[in-house]
Design a protein around this ligand. Structure first.
Ligand SMILES: C[S@@+](CC[C@H](N)C(=O)[O-])C[C@H]1O[C@@H](n2cnc3c(N)ncnc32)[C@H](O)[C@@H]1O
Ligand code: SF4
Length: 381
């Protein structure tokens, strides 16, 4: 039985967050949060504007413009307008940050060794938590407010905790997406995934060209394609997740066509200089805005022809205008393979590499100048 889609408004110290049934997360500033609350209380737009004018001591016309602007937001406004038929869950407080969204690394183990991988993935290991430990961790995260989860790794299909965790997430109606390389996705796994109300399963496929894909990911192109086709056949919503390189920009249109013909969606990301990819030649990775904007352009062009293409920035849009706060402070967290909460999936690597160096060799605090140089040792007095 699929769970009824619902939206959540979470009140946070920095405004609020809306998690839509599509699993998109929208950050709201204080005013937008108050407008959303007023509409959910049954106020008309004019009544919401009156509340805003009185709370923020602004003129009626300024408040009306704020409310109008917010209610024109193409995705959020229809959800609020249909609040009477649509299931809304409102919780949180402006004193305590709730967890909203988590990237869960179920295991560090992986059956591939992609040369660009940013995760701490490795071939072997016996340090995985048990399924029971993971289910307890997930229930705790839900108690802390989590409404959206990405289950990944390493390779999550290698984990015995995969189905218990997906079950626990769907029991609590957490909007969930699973990322996999697809190697182990055969009939049995596809069938079990089809029984769980997932937002989507993302299978990594970097190119329609086998050689391009295998260059960084090893011999896995055919197996990833098999998984994509199989999951679609079993009725699972599938997203093809493609990492785009400067020399594979042309692939965006071809991948869009492939996704369209199979009945999948496509999500393209520029390859990022993180993890193992930090050792790449700079021409291969995104060290500046060039690749990111080229991918965004490619995605925009492809989405004019194929409506199934979406870009990363569409997934987590912001309604903020004035304040920029780190997603961690807004409840977007990473959970590492030991089920510990981190600000992002790169935090462990970052702190492991920097902490011993700062504490033992260089007790002086860093200045902006030290970070600008990019050279560690030389700049310390
Ligand atoms: C770390 S993997 C874990 C899930 C699964 N093993 C897979 O490959 O899909 C999650 C996603 O991160 C992507 N990824 C890994 N390294 C990356 C990098 N340096 N830049 C951008 N995306 C990367 C992968 O292609 C995959 O889509
Ligand atoms: S990108 Fe995924 S499949 Fe490749 S090594 Fe990393 S975790 Fe494994």
């Amino acid at each position: 039985m699929k769970a009824t889609p619902s939206s959540t408004l979470i009140i946070q110290p920095y405004g609020g967050t809306i998690v839509a049934p599509t699993a998109k997360v929208y950050f709201l500033n204080d005013t937008a949060t108050d407008v959303a609350l007023a509409i959910l209380d049954g106020c008309t737009a004019a009544q919401a504007a009156e509340r805003i004018a009185s709370t923020y001591q602004i003129s009626a016309s300024e408040a009306e413009t704020d409310v109008e602007t917010f209610l024109q937001h193409s995705d959020v406004a229809p959800l609020l307008r249909s609040a009477s038929e649509h299931n809304w869950d409102v919780f949180g407080s402006d004193e305590n940050t709730s967890i909203v969204e988590a990237d869960i690394c179920l295991t560090n183990r992986c059956n591939l060794e992609c040369t660009y991988c940013y995760a701490e993935s490795r071939k072997t290991g016996n340090g995985d938590l048990t399924p029971d430990q993971w289910v307890t961790a997930v229930r705790t995260l839900v108690r802390l407010g989590m409404r959206k989860a990405t289950v990944a790794g390493g390779e999550p299909t290698l984990s015995r905790a995969l189905f218990p965790v997906l079950g626990a997430l769907s029991d609590k109606r957490v909007a969930t997406q699973l990322f996999t390389n697809g190697l182990l996705v055969k009939d049995e796994i596809a069938e079990r995934l089809a029984d769980i109300p997932l937002n989507f399963v993302q299978v990594s496929l970097d190119s329609t060209n086998e050689e391009h894909h295998n260059r960084y990911r090893g011999p896995s192109h055919a197996l990833a394609l098999r998984a994509i086709n199989l999951l679609v056949r079993f009725g699972v919503p599938v997203v093809i997740g493609a990492n785009i390189f400067p020399d594979t920009l042309d692939e965006i249109a071809r991948l869009a066509q492939l996704a369209d013909s199979i009945g999948a969606k496509l999500r393209c990301n520029p390859i990022e200089a993180r993890g193992r990819a930090t050792s790449f030649d700079t021409r291969e990775t995104v060290v500046n805005e060039f690749l990111a904007s080229a991918v965004a352009r490619g995605v925009e062009e492809a989405s004019e022809r194929f409506s199934n293409v979406f870009a990363e920035q569409d997934v987590r849009r912001t309604l903020e205008t004035s304040e920029r706060v780190c997603p961690f402070a807004k409840g977007c967290i990473a959970v590492n393979a030991s089920a510990e909460i981190r600000p992002c999936s790169q935090a462990d690597t970052f702190f492991q590499s920097i902490a011993p160096w700062v504490v033992t060799e260089h007790p002086k605090p860093a200045t902006a100048e030290h970070f600008k140089t990019g050279h560690r040792g030389e700049q310390w007095g």
